[in-house]
Design a protein around this ligand. Sequence first.
Ligand SMILES: [Zn+2]
Length: 156
Amino acid sequence: MKHNPADQLIRDRLEPGSLSIEGFLGTDDRPIADIIAADIGEVEAAGYTAEQLGDFLEHLHVTGDGGWEGRVPMYDGKISVRSDETLGQIPCPFACGDACHKSIITVKDASGETLLVFTPLDAHLISAHGFFEGKGSAYRIEPKKLISLFRRCTSI
Ligand SMILES: [Zn+2]
């Protein structure tokens, strides 16, 4: 991500108590651009793009929403998704103009083990901004974990 003068504004929006109670940075005090560069580096080293992984999460999210708070099997039953909605929307902290509805999406494997928990905003942040959240953030998605889920589902 290129340096731009709006970086401090974005950082402020990512801090706890601005757009969300917990914020998006956890205990990570690296510059936002460094957090993004490190995660994108890991994703690209594995042969993928952040956009590809974010779009995959968006697909799980949209499918989960279609289940009306029931669990929906996907990828030949390798996983199932369920979206539990709460009221309201959250604007993108990068101020790109997007807003996502609030929901918690849980991804489980066939045995019922939880593989991943994420929000619609996570899918957008990864796809549009390459941002997986800071270390220690409640909703940080480790690139390694997402890559492993993506491979398991798509065999790409
Ligand atoms: Zn955005």
